[in-house]
Ligand binder design. Structure first.
Ligand code: NAP
Ligand code: ZN
Ligand code: ZN
Length: 350
């Protein structure tokens, strides 16, 4: 077992504090990773605060991990010591069901999430990336080009794939008008991807001070979503809208903007349900409301390769782990440009 140090929450109301624990000995297909950087996802806050009702403590969050391989198990073929690698939201799945066979491990009925998930190996819970090292089966480890800005690459492992996957599934491309709702960690990646795919991109925000940034990131225009006249100007015009908002809100305001057969895809996971959408808004134009969950391992690797090709990374604010509780407060105020990333050197330095 490897003695490990991380930051954990011990209850849903307490701050994260230093926490010692152990990682498992390497199984034949395991990769042992020294963690360099870990992004801070809004899902970390939902789970630490038990807003999804499934929290188990102590909880070491973190599923946007970039690091270097320290060592490999005897049967590992895809990695060697010194490789730069990533780990996202998944560290296990059944590997045999139709979803796993189709490279859609995120939709497996027996997923093992990177943290706050029953761990079949330890009998306890998985511990995530707010820590100095992690042991992961090679199937769930991604290859990362060492020439990328590694800190700015970490958020691709969740915010990146969660926005890339629906854009691929609904085949967004040139000629499409695409909306992105919310300019946070997920939203700013969605704007970059939709722009790189050649779509016309409209960003919906509640924060007027983000207009200039949204345009710099690739939005063709920006709508202040609290302003009904601005919203109405876009009625019946969108092929696809990706909604990343982490709070319940009225979805009718967005379905009304879709063309016939258009899709509003939800990726934000609020702690309370959205008010029910109006059926009339859906049936008269055969519109769709859909959802999407992160992405499979194959598609995550494709997304990383797409990012390397198009020079896409996340816009980040780097923090030492000692500032994690203040960072959570700022995420809750939508005050981050546009993802916090923890430099794990700060943990190792004490
Ligand atoms: P984030 O950085 O906090 O961004 C959310 C953005 O939503 C904010 O920046 C803000 O943008 C907007 N917003 C916040 N409160 C709002 C409100 N009351 N009304 C309208 N807009 C509001 O969060 P994130 O890390 O991108 O995560 C977003 C959501 O996706 C979370 O619920 C997270 O758990 C979920 N998530 C889902 C998946 C998945 O697989 N489906 C994966 C990762 C995360 P503006 O300031 O521009 O309005
Ligand atoms: Zn996440
Ligand atoms: Zn499966």
């Amino acid at each position: 077992m490897y003695p490990s140090l991380g930051y954990a929450a011990h209850t849903h109301t307490s701050p994260l504090v230093p926490f010692q624990f152990k990682r498992r000995e390497l199984l034949p297909t395991d990769v042992h990773i020294d963690i360099l950087y870990c992004g801070v996802c809004h899902s970390d806050i939902h789970q630490v605060r038990n807003e999804w009702g499934n929290a188990s403590f102590p909880m070491v969050p973190g599923h946007e991990i970039v690091g270097k391989v320290i060592n490999i198990g005897s049967a590992v073929t895809r990695f060697k010591a010194g490789d730069t690698v990533g780990v996202g939201c998944l560290v296990g799945s059944c590997r045999t069901c139709p979803e796993c066979q189709e490279d859609l491990e995120q939709y497996c009925d027996h997923p093992v999430f990177t943290y706050n998930s029953p761990d079949p190996h330890s009998g306890g819970n998985t511990y995530g990336g707010y820590s100095d090292n992690i042991v992961v089966d090679q199937h769930f480890v991604l290859k990362i080009a060492a020439n990328l800005n590694l800190a700015a690459t970490a958020p691709l492992l969740c915010a990146g794939i969660t926005t890339y996957s629906p854009l691929m599934h609904w085949q967004v491309g040139a000629g499409d008008k695409v909306g992105v709702v919310g300019l946070g960690g997920l939203g700013h990646m969605a704007v970059k991807f939709a722009h790189a795919l050649g779509a016309e991109v409209v960003l919906f925000t509640t924060s007027p001070d983000k207009i200039a940034d949204a345009k710099r990131l690739g939005a063709d225009s920006v709508v202040i979503s609290k302003n009904p006249e601005e919203m109405a100007r876009h009625s019946l015009s969108f092929d696809f809208i990706l909604n990343t908002v982490a709070a319940p809100h009225n979805l009718d305001a967005y379905t009304a903007l879709l063309k016939r057969d258009g899709t509003l895809c939800l990726v934000g996971v609020p702690d309370q349900p959205h008010p029910s959408p109006s059926v009339g808004n859906l049936i008269f134009k055969r519109r769709n409301i859909a959802g999407s969950l992160i992405g499979g391992l194959k598609e995550t690797q494709e997304m990383l390769d797409f990012c390397a090709k198009h020079n896409i990374t996340s816009d980040i604010e780097m923090i030492p782990i000692q500032q994690i509780n203040e960072a959570y407060q700022r995420v809750l105020k939508s005050d981050v440009k546009y993802r916090f990333v923890i430099d794990l050197q700060s943990l190792k330095a004490g």
